[in-house]
Write a protein that binds this ligand. Structure first.
Ligand SMILES: [Zn+2]
Ligand SMILES: [Zn+2]
Length: 394
Protein backbone atom coordinates (compact mmCIF):
# COMPACT_ATOMS: atom_id res chain seq x y z
CA UNK A 1 0.00 0.00 0.00
CA UNK A 2 1.16 3.51 -0.67
CA UNK A 3 0.28 6.75 1.01
CA UNK A 4 -2.20 8.94 -0.84
CA UNK A 5 0.33 11.70 -1.56
CA UNK A 6 2.86 10.34 -4.01
CA UNK A 7 5.74 12.68 -3.33
CA UNK A 8 6.66 15.95 -1.74
CA UNK A 9 4.24 15.48 1.13
CA UNK A 10 5.05 17.77 4.01
CA UNK A 11 4.05 15.29 6.71
CA UNK A 12 3.32 11.63 7.10
CA UNK A 13 -0.13 10.44 6.11
CA UNK A 14 -1.57 7.41 7.85
CA UNK A 15 -1.77 4.34 5.65
CA UNK A 16 -5.39 3.38 5.81
CA UNK A 17 -7.28 0.40 4.58
CA UNK A 18 -10.80 1.82 4.44
CA UNK A 19 -12.55 5.13 4.68
CA UNK A 20 -15.08 4.15 7.31
CA UNK A 21 -16.25 6.33 10.18
CA UNK A 22 -13.17 5.74 12.32
CA UNK A 23 -10.90 6.77 9.54
CA UNK A 24 -12.95 9.84 8.70
CA UNK A 25 -12.34 10.92 12.26
CA UNK A 26 -8.62 10.79 11.49
CA UNK A 27 -9.30 12.84 8.34
CA UNK A 28 -10.99 15.47 10.43
CA UNK A 29 -7.74 15.96 12.27
CA UNK A 30 -6.16 16.92 8.97
CA UNK A 31 -8.93 19.16 7.72
CA UNK A 32 -8.11 22.80 8.08
CA UNK A 33 -4.40 22.15 7.60
CA UNK A 34 -2.96 24.37 4.90
CA UNK A 35 -1.31 21.98 2.47
CA UNK A 36 -0.34 24.64 -0.03
CA UNK A 37 3.20 23.33 -0.13
CA UNK A 38 2.15 19.83 -1.17
CA UNK A 39 3.63 19.48 -4.61
CA UNK A 40 2.44 16.15 -5.84
CA UNK A 41 -0.45 15.20 -8.03
CA UNK A 42 -2.96 12.92 -6.39
CA UNK A 43 -2.90 9.19 -7.01
CA UNK A 44 -5.94 6.92 -6.83
CA UNK A 45 -5.68 4.32 -4.15
CA UNK A 46 -8.12 2.23 -2.19
CA UNK A 47 -6.68 3.92 0.87
CA UNK A 48 -7.68 7.38 -0.31
CA UNK A 49 -9.25 9.25 2.54
CA UNK A 50 -8.79 12.92 1.83
CA UNK A 51 -8.64 15.02 -1.30
CA UNK A 52 -7.28 18.51 -1.87
CA UNK A 53 -9.59 21.42 -2.56
CA UNK A 54 -9.14 25.18 -2.97
CA UNK A 55 -11.13 27.57 -0.79
CA UNK A 56 -11.62 31.21 -1.74
CA UNK A 57 -12.70 32.82 1.54
CA UNK A 58 -12.45 36.42 0.24
CA UNK A 59 -10.02 39.34 0.07
CA UNK A 60 -7.99 37.48 -2.60
CA UNK A 61 -7.00 34.74 -0.18
CA UNK A 62 -6.45 31.24 -1.56
CA UNK A 63 -6.29 28.29 0.83
CA UNK A 64 -5.65 24.67 -0.11
CA UNK A 65 -7.24 22.29 2.38
CA UNK A 66 -8.00 18.62 2.68
CA UNK A 67 -11.54 17.32 2.49
CA UNK A 68 -13.06 13.89 3.02
CA UNK A 69 -12.97 11.74 -0.09
CA UNK A 70 -16.39 12.17 -1.76
CA UNK A 71 -18.53 9.05 -2.23
CA UNK A 72 -21.40 8.99 -4.74
CA UNK A 73 -24.90 8.55 -3.35
CA UNK A 74 -27.87 7.47 -5.50
CA UNK A 75 -27.88 9.40 -8.78
CA UNK A 76 -24.49 10.92 -8.08
CA UNK A 77 -21.09 10.70 -9.73
CA UNK A 78 -17.53 11.33 -8.56
CA UNK A 79 -15.34 12.89 -11.25
CA UNK A 80 -11.55 12.72 -11.12
CA UNK A 81 -10.63 16.24 -12.17
CA UNK A 82 -8.38 16.79 -15.20
CA UNK A 83 -9.01 20.47 -15.96
CA UNK A 84 -10.76 23.25 -14.02
CA UNK A 85 -11.15 26.65 -15.67
CA UNK A 86 -10.90 29.94 -13.83
CA UNK A 87 -13.82 32.11 -14.91
CA UNK A 88 -13.99 35.91 -14.83
CA UNK A 89 -17.06 35.66 -12.61
CA UNK A 90 -14.98 33.68 -10.13
CA UNK A 91 -12.61 36.64 -9.89
CA UNK A 92 -15.43 39.12 -9.35
CA UNK A 93 -17.68 36.89 -7.27
CA UNK A 94 -15.33 34.77 -5.16
CA UNK A 95 -11.72 35.98 -5.29
CA UNK A 96 -12.01 39.77 -5.05
CA UNK A 97 -14.95 40.32 -2.63
CA UNK A 98 -14.44 40.83 1.08
CA UNK A 99 -14.47 37.96 3.58
CA UNK A 100 -17.72 39.32 5.02
CA UNK A 101 -19.39 39.19 1.59
CA UNK A 102 -18.25 35.60 0.95
CA UNK A 103 -19.27 34.44 4.44
CA UNK A 104 -22.71 36.09 4.21
CA UNK A 105 -23.43 34.14 1.04
CA UNK A 106 -22.37 30.82 2.55
CA UNK A 107 -19.43 30.34 0.18
CA UNK A 108 -16.47 30.51 2.58
CA UNK A 109 -16.28 26.75 3.08
CA UNK A 110 -17.08 25.82 -0.53
CA UNK A 111 -14.37 24.76 -2.97
CA UNK A 112 -14.05 27.13 -5.95
CA UNK A 113 -14.13 26.37 -9.66
CA UNK A 114 -17.24 26.15 -11.81
CA UNK A 115 -15.70 24.90 -15.06
CA UNK A 116 -14.96 21.23 -14.32
CA UNK A 117 -13.93 18.46 -16.69
CA UNK A 118 -12.45 15.04 -15.96
CA UNK A 119 -12.94 11.30 -15.91
CA UNK A 120 -15.78 9.52 -14.13
CA UNK A 121 -14.23 7.77 -11.15
CA UNK A 122 -17.28 6.20 -9.48
CA UNK A 123 -21.05 6.22 -9.90
CA UNK A 124 -23.81 5.81 -7.34
CA UNK A 125 -26.87 3.63 -7.40
CA UNK A 126 -29.21 4.15 -10.36
CA UNK A 127 -26.76 6.07 -12.56
CA UNK A 128 -27.22 5.04 -16.21
CA UNK A 129 -25.89 7.90 -18.35
CA UNK A 130 -22.19 7.57 -17.51
CA UNK A 131 -19.82 4.92 -16.21
CA UNK A 132 -16.32 4.91 -14.71
CA UNK A 133 -13.76 5.91 -17.33
CA UNK A 134 -16.06 8.24 -19.29
CA UNK A 135 -14.62 11.65 -20.19
CA UNK A 136 -17.07 14.31 -19.06
CA UNK A 137 -17.58 18.03 -18.73
CA UNK A 138 -19.78 19.07 -15.84
CA UNK A 139 -22.69 21.49 -16.16
CA UNK A 140 -22.11 23.54 -13.05
CA UNK A 141 -25.66 24.37 -11.95
CA UNK A 142 -27.81 21.90 -10.06
CA UNK A 143 -31.56 22.48 -9.79
CA UNK A 144 -34.51 20.69 -8.22
CA UNK A 145 -34.88 18.47 -11.30
CA UNK A 146 -38.66 18.85 -11.48
CA UNK A 147 -39.63 22.47 -12.21
CA UNK A 148 -40.29 23.49 -15.81
CA UNK A 149 -36.82 24.98 -16.12
CA UNK A 150 -35.00 21.92 -14.78
CA UNK A 151 -37.08 19.60 -16.95
CA UNK A 152 -35.97 21.54 -20.01
CA UNK A 153 -32.31 21.65 -18.93
CA UNK A 154 -32.39 25.28 -17.78
CA UNK A 155 -31.37 24.52 -14.21
CA UNK A 156 -29.80 27.97 -14.16
CA UNK A 157 -33.32 29.38 -13.95
CA UNK A 158 -34.54 26.95 -11.25
CA UNK A 159 -36.09 28.97 -8.46
CA UNK A 160 -36.46 26.01 -6.09
CA UNK A 161 -33.10 24.57 -5.07
CA UNK A 162 -30.53 26.43 -7.15
CA UNK A 163 -26.99 25.36 -6.31
CA UNK A 164 -23.82 25.84 -8.29
CA UNK A 165 -20.45 24.11 -8.20
CA UNK A 166 -17.79 26.59 -7.21
CA UNK A 167 -20.28 28.93 -5.53
CA UNK A 168 -22.78 27.35 -3.14
CA UNK A 169 -21.56 23.77 -3.66
CA UNK A 170 -18.02 22.38 -3.86
CA UNK A 171 -16.42 23.10 -7.22
CA UNK A 172 -13.78 21.80 -9.59
CA UNK A 173 -10.62 23.19 -7.99
CA UNK A 174 -10.20 19.84 -6.23
CA UNK A 175 -8.77 16.43 -7.02
CA UNK A 176 -12.29 14.94 -7.12
CA UNK A 177 -15.75 16.43 -7.60
CA UNK A 178 -19.08 15.02 -6.44
CA UNK A 179 -21.93 15.96 -8.77
CA UNK A 180 -25.33 14.86 -10.03
CA UNK A 181 -25.26 12.28 -12.83
CA UNK A 182 -27.44 14.44 -15.08
CA UNK A 183 -24.86 17.24 -14.89
CA UNK A 184 -22.23 15.02 -16.52
CA UNK A 185 -22.03 15.56 -20.27
CA UNK A 186 -19.90 13.08 -22.20
CA UNK A 187 -17.26 14.78 -24.32
CA UNK A 188 -16.56 13.93 -27.97
CA UNK A 189 -13.11 12.31 -28.37
CA UNK A 190 -11.80 15.33 -30.28
CA UNK A 191 -12.24 17.62 -27.29
CA UNK A 192 -9.46 17.93 -24.74
CA UNK A 193 -10.23 18.15 -21.04
CA UNK A 194 -9.35 21.84 -21.22
CA UNK A 195 -11.82 22.27 -24.10
CA UNK A 196 -14.46 20.61 -21.92
CA UNK A 197 -13.68 22.78 -18.90
CA UNK A 198 -13.99 25.93 -20.99
CA UNK A 199 -17.31 24.73 -22.43
CA UNK A 200 -18.71 24.32 -18.91
CA UNK A 201 -19.14 28.08 -18.40
CA UNK A 202 -17.24 30.48 -20.69
CA UNK A 203 -17.82 28.53 -23.90
CA UNK A 204 -21.44 27.68 -23.12
CA UNK A 205 -22.13 31.31 -22.29
CA UNK A 206 -20.72 32.54 -25.59
CA UNK A 207 -22.46 29.73 -27.49
CA UNK A 208 -25.95 30.51 -26.22
CA UNK A 209 -25.71 34.21 -27.12
CA UNK A 210 -24.21 33.56 -30.56
CA UNK A 211 -26.70 30.81 -31.39
CA UNK A 212 -29.75 32.79 -30.22
CA UNK A 213 -28.74 35.67 -32.48
CA UNK A 214 -28.71 33.26 -35.43
CA UNK A 215 -25.16 34.17 -36.45
CA UNK A 216 -24.13 32.93 -39.90
CA UNK A 217 -21.83 33.63 -42.80
CA UNK A 218 -24.10 36.53 -43.78
CA UNK A 219 -23.15 38.46 -40.65
CA UNK A 220 -20.53 40.92 -39.56
CA UNK A 221 -20.36 40.42 -35.79
CA UNK A 222 -18.88 43.06 -33.47
CA UNK A 223 -17.65 41.68 -30.14
CA UNK A 224 -17.01 44.07 -27.25
CA UNK A 225 -14.74 42.63 -24.54
CA UNK A 226 -12.12 40.07 -25.53
CA UNK A 227 -11.59 38.30 -22.22
CA UNK A 228 -12.01 34.52 -22.18
CA UNK A 229 -15.78 34.56 -22.83
CA UNK A 230 -15.39 37.08 -25.66
CA UNK A 231 -12.58 35.00 -27.15
CA UNK A 232 -14.82 31.90 -27.03
CA UNK A 233 -17.46 34.03 -28.77
CA UNK A 234 -14.91 34.92 -31.43
CA UNK A 235 -14.04 31.26 -32.16
CA UNK A 236 -17.70 30.22 -32.16
CA UNK A 237 -18.85 33.08 -34.43
CA UNK A 238 -15.99 32.32 -36.83
CA UNK A 239 -17.01 28.66 -36.69
CA UNK A 240 -20.54 29.70 -37.71
CA UNK A 241 -19.00 31.47 -40.71
CA UNK A 242 -19.27 35.11 -39.66
CA UNK A 243 -16.88 37.97 -40.22
CA UNK A 244 -15.77 39.11 -36.74
CA UNK A 245 -14.63 42.51 -35.49
CA UNK A 246 -13.19 42.47 -31.95
CA UNK A 247 -13.12 45.53 -29.67
CA UNK A 248 -11.16 45.89 -26.41
CA UNK A 249 -8.86 48.38 -24.70
CA UNK A 250 -6.12 45.97 -23.54
CA UNK A 251 -3.35 45.42 -26.13
CA UNK A 252 -2.61 41.81 -25.08
CA UNK A 253 -6.24 40.84 -25.60
CA UNK A 254 -6.41 42.52 -29.01
CA UNK A 255 -3.26 40.69 -30.06
CA UNK A 256 -4.64 37.35 -28.89
CA UNK A 257 -7.94 37.97 -30.73
CA UNK A 258 -5.98 38.67 -33.91
CA UNK A 259 -4.04 35.43 -33.53
CA UNK A 260 -7.29 33.52 -32.98
CA UNK A 261 -8.69 34.75 -36.28
CA UNK A 262 -10.54 38.04 -35.71
CA UNK A 263 -10.89 39.72 -39.09
CA UNK A 264 -10.33 43.16 -37.57
CA UNK A 265 -9.48 44.29 -34.03
CA UNK A 266 -10.17 47.80 -32.71
CA UNK A 267 -8.55 49.44 -29.70
CA UNK A 268 -11.48 51.28 -28.15
CA UNK A 269 -9.14 53.52 -26.16
CA UNK A 270 -7.54 54.91 -29.31
CA UNK A 271 -10.45 55.29 -31.70
CA UNK A 272 -14.22 55.43 -31.73
CA UNK A 273 -15.32 51.82 -32.32
CA UNK A 274 -18.76 52.85 -33.60
CA UNK A 275 -17.30 55.02 -36.37
CA UNK A 276 -14.66 52.39 -37.17
CA UNK A 277 -17.29 49.63 -37.46
CA UNK A 278 -19.44 51.77 -39.76
CA UNK A 279 -16.39 52.37 -41.96
CA UNK A 280 -15.84 48.61 -42.14
CA UNK A 281 -19.46 47.88 -43.11
CA UNK A 282 -20.23 50.23 -46.03
CA UNK A 283 -21.55 52.83 -43.59
CA UNK A 284 -24.34 50.52 -42.39
CA UNK A 285 -23.01 49.08 -39.13
CA UNK A 286 -22.59 45.52 -37.91
CA UNK A 287 -25.53 43.12 -38.28
CA UNK A 288 -24.78 41.59 -34.86
CA UNK A 289 -23.11 43.03 -31.75
CA UNK A 290 -22.44 41.27 -28.46
CA UNK A 291 -21.20 42.83 -25.23
CA UNK A 292 -19.00 40.59 -23.09
CA UNK A 293 -17.42 43.44 -21.12
CA UNK A 294 -20.26 44.79 -18.90
CA UNK A 295 -18.85 48.26 -19.57
CA UNK A 296 -21.70 50.83 -19.80
CA UNK A 297 -19.89 52.54 -22.69
CA UNK A 298 -19.49 49.27 -24.58
CA UNK A 299 -23.14 48.35 -24.02
CA UNK A 300 -24.12 51.65 -25.62
CA UNK A 301 -21.69 50.99 -28.46
CA UNK A 302 -23.27 47.60 -29.20
CA UNK A 303 -26.55 49.44 -29.86
CA UNK A 304 -24.95 52.28 -31.78
CA UNK A 305 -22.67 50.17 -34.00
CA UNK A 306 -25.55 47.99 -35.26
CA UNK A 307 -27.37 48.59 -38.52
CA UNK A 308 -31.17 48.91 -38.77
CA UNK A 309 -32.75 45.49 -37.96
CA UNK A 310 -29.53 44.46 -36.21
CA UNK A 311 -29.37 41.92 -33.36
CA UNK A 312 -27.68 42.59 -30.03
CA UNK A 313 -26.88 40.47 -26.96
CA UNK A 314 -25.68 41.64 -23.57
CA UNK A 315 -23.71 38.94 -21.78
CA UNK A 316 -21.22 40.73 -19.47
CA UNK A 317 -22.49 40.86 -15.87
CA UNK A 318 -22.78 43.82 -13.51
CA UNK A 319 -22.85 47.63 -13.69
CA UNK A 320 -25.70 50.00 -14.47
CA UNK A 321 -26.20 51.44 -17.93
CA UNK A 322 -28.18 54.40 -19.21
CA UNK A 323 -29.59 54.21 -22.71
CA UNK A 324 -32.08 56.13 -24.84
CA UNK A 325 -34.43 53.41 -26.06
CA UNK A 326 -36.11 55.36 -28.86
CA UNK A 327 -33.13 56.39 -30.99
CA UNK A 328 -30.87 53.52 -29.94
CA UNK A 329 -33.27 50.55 -30.12
CA UNK A 330 -36.84 51.28 -31.23
CA UNK A 331 -36.22 53.43 -34.28
CA UNK A 332 -33.53 51.02 -35.48
CA UNK A 333 -35.84 48.01 -35.10
CA UNK A 334 -33.14 46.25 -33.06
CA UNK A 335 -33.58 42.90 -31.37
CA UNK A 336 -31.81 43.06 -27.99
CA UNK A 337 -31.49 40.02 -25.75
CA UNK A 338 -29.95 39.20 -22.41
CA UNK A 339 -28.15 35.86 -22.28
CA UNK A 340 -26.98 33.98 -19.17
CA UNK A 341 -24.77 30.88 -19.40
CA UNK A 342 -26.51 28.05 -21.34
CA UNK A 343 -28.87 25.13 -20.92
CA UNK A 344 -27.74 21.60 -20.13
CA UNK A 345 -28.60 20.35 -23.61
CA UNK A 346 -26.67 23.23 -25.17
CA UNK A 347 -23.52 22.11 -23.39
CA UNK A 348 -23.73 18.79 -25.20
CA UNK A 349 -24.65 20.54 -28.45
CA UNK A 350 -21.64 22.85 -28.06
CA UNK A 351 -19.29 19.87 -27.62
CA UNK A 352 -20.61 18.35 -30.84
CA UNK A 353 -20.43 21.70 -32.68
CA UNK A 354 -16.79 22.18 -31.68
CA UNK A 355 -15.85 18.62 -32.66
CA UNK A 356 -17.69 18.76 -35.99
CA UNK A 357 -16.15 22.10 -36.94
CA UNK A 358 -12.68 21.28 -35.55
CA UNK A 359 -12.74 24.27 -33.20
CA UNK A 360 -10.47 24.16 -30.17
CA UNK A 361 -11.49 26.51 -27.36
CA UNK A 362 -8.21 25.51 -25.69
CA UNK A 363 -6.55 27.97 -28.06
CA UNK A 364 -7.66 30.83 -25.79
CA UNK A 365 -5.60 29.40 -22.89
CA UNK A 366 -2.40 31.28 -22.12
CA UNK A 367 -1.52 29.77 -18.72
CA UNK A 368 -1.89 26.36 -17.07
CA UNK A 369 -1.18 25.68 -13.38
CA UNK A 370 -1.28 22.64 -11.12
CA UNK A 371 -3.76 22.80 -8.24
CA UNK A 372 -1.08 23.71 -5.69
CA UNK A 373 -0.40 26.92 -7.66
CA UNK A 374 -4.00 28.11 -7.84
CA UNK A 375 -2.99 31.20 -5.83
CA UNK A 376 -0.56 32.24 -8.55
CA UNK A 377 -3.08 31.37 -11.25
CA UNK A 378 -5.73 33.66 -9.75
CA UNK A 379 -3.26 36.47 -9.13
CA UNK A 380 -2.12 36.38 -12.74
CA UNK A 381 -5.66 36.17 -14.14
CA UNK A 382 -6.61 39.11 -11.92
CA UNK A 383 -4.12 41.26 -13.84
CA UNK A 384 -6.55 41.23 -16.78
CA UNK A 385 -3.69 40.71 -19.22
CA UNK A 386 -3.97 36.98 -19.84
CA UNK A 387 -6.15 34.78 -21.95
CA UNK A 388 -7.86 31.87 -20.23
CA UNK A 389 -6.14 30.43 -17.17
CA UNK A 390 -6.81 26.82 -16.14
CA UNK A 391 -5.93 24.44 -13.34
CA UNK A 392 -4.79 21.10 -14.75
CA UNK A 393 -3.89 17.60 -13.53
CA UNK A 394 -1.47 15.20 -15.20
ZN1 LIG B 1 -18.32 31.29 -15.21
ZN1 LIG C 1 -35.91 23.29 -10.73
Amino acid sequence: MSAPWTKGSIRPVRILSTCGPTILAVCTLFSGVDVGTVKAGYQRSEERCVVRGVLLPGDKEVVIKEFPDPKPGPGQVVVRMKASGICGSELHGRYQPSKEHIAERGMADKIGGHEPAGVVEAVGEGVVNVQPGDRVMVYHIMGCGYCKYCLSGWMINCATTWKSHGWTAHGGHADFLLTDARNCVKMPDKLSFIDGAICACAGGTAYQATKRLGVSGLDTVALFGLGPVGLCGLLIAKGMGARVIGVDVIPERLELASKLGADVVIDGSRMDPVAAIRDLTHGEGASVAIDYSASPAARNQTLDCCRVWGRVAWVGEGNKTTIEPSPQILHKQLTVIGSWVCGLWELRELGEFLADHSISLERIVTHRFPLEQTDEALRLFDSGRTGKVVVVWP
